[in-house]
Design a binder for this molecule. Sequence first.
Ligand code: SF4
Ligand code: SF4
Length: 435
Amino acid sequence: MVKSFPGGIHPPYRKEATSALAIERMNPPKTVAIPLQQHIGSRCDPLVAVGDRVLMGQKIGDSSAPISAPVHSSVSGKVTAIEQRPHPNGRTVLSVVIANDFQDEMVALMPAPKLEQLTAEQLTALIREAGIVGMGGGGFPTHAKLKPPQGVVLDAVLLNGAECEPYLTTDHRVMLEWSADVVYGLRCLMKAARVEKGYIGIEVNKPDAIEALKAEAKDYSSIEIVSLAVKYPQGAEIQLIDACLGRKVPSGKLPLHVGVVVNNVHTAQAVAKSLRTGVPSIERVITVAGNCMERPGNLLVRVGTTFADILADRGLKCEPYKLISGGPMMGIAMYSADVAVCKCTSGILALSKDEATYRIPGNCVRCAKCVDVCPMLLHPTFIAQYAERGMMERAEEYGAVDCRECGACTYVCPVNLPLTQHIRLAKSDIYAKRK
Ligand code: SF4
Ligand code: SF4
């Protein structure tokens, strides 16, 4: 039975250009710029200095803060700078710039013992040391999700394989080509979180991935593959939990408050790979797509590779009108191609003018289409209007902070009102006041 959630939209999915293209390893670039913040939480401090020689997989940044994750070098070579560099989040972040010596000289690796020989604490510590963070775009340090606060009882790990954003096919290829790692990674996460049940939610437009994971998980009765309707934002955590487990996350609460740890399927694969090989999180798969791309594809790239290097490697047919990190619904438009791929970069879209046309906003015609599609059952038109008028208390009363910024309301608005953008402003104002 195909499961889903209330509300949502059906944008053109535009995955045909890359969904059948196998993962290709991109040649490493001459230089990588590795941001010391690739996660939600505290920035890492550099552990190396300009002039140092570093090995591939060597830890180059860490923090003692509980919500953080170390970063590692994705090449061997010489540190040429530690400086502010553009980041996919739109700001600049202190980054370690390394000139690649193309030796790929790896730091001494320590593969983990078998899963049966590891305790939950050891698994969580190994996941932290490998620098694993949410690879679906969120970037929350994975180890921190596995240690719930006192009084919270977890009973399930849910892997997100929905990949509902148009264009992106990264998770699809990871599930199809590395299904054994995805299932092993899920088992590791289940043991680390001390839960008995594991789920993988996948939209039914990826039947080959569903079959591959069902075959891989057939010997584990505690793991269930859940077929999901093709609908945006099926991959948003709250909607995924609702669809797969029928649990509602209350306003202001997190998935862990309904007993669930949600991780992306690529995160699970990265956990498995780091435990099997000892290689930390230094590369990831990204979808490169959009009408401007000469050769779209799914690329395995080193963390710290700049978007400019990737665009040059795959070739451009035309100058991108808009360059997006992530998908077109929740991704962020880039002001520079000098930003580097982080552990949570799921794709790069080089969109042509006809794919990314800016539309002139009109006046609200009270059609309520935005209300119909909101997966959080909000009234986007009211919240946005209050935000626009600076009435943030009223926006808060109408549940602005529950908005997941999915963009569905903006997408359906017939008069092109930038509802999500107004609500996002309200949220940042409300959070700033709370702080
Ligand atoms: S109000 Fe927020 S959650 Fe609701 S549709 Fe708009 S962006 Fe999505
Ligand atoms: S969809 Fe647009 S026009 Fe319709 S009620 Fe919402 S804001 Fe107004």
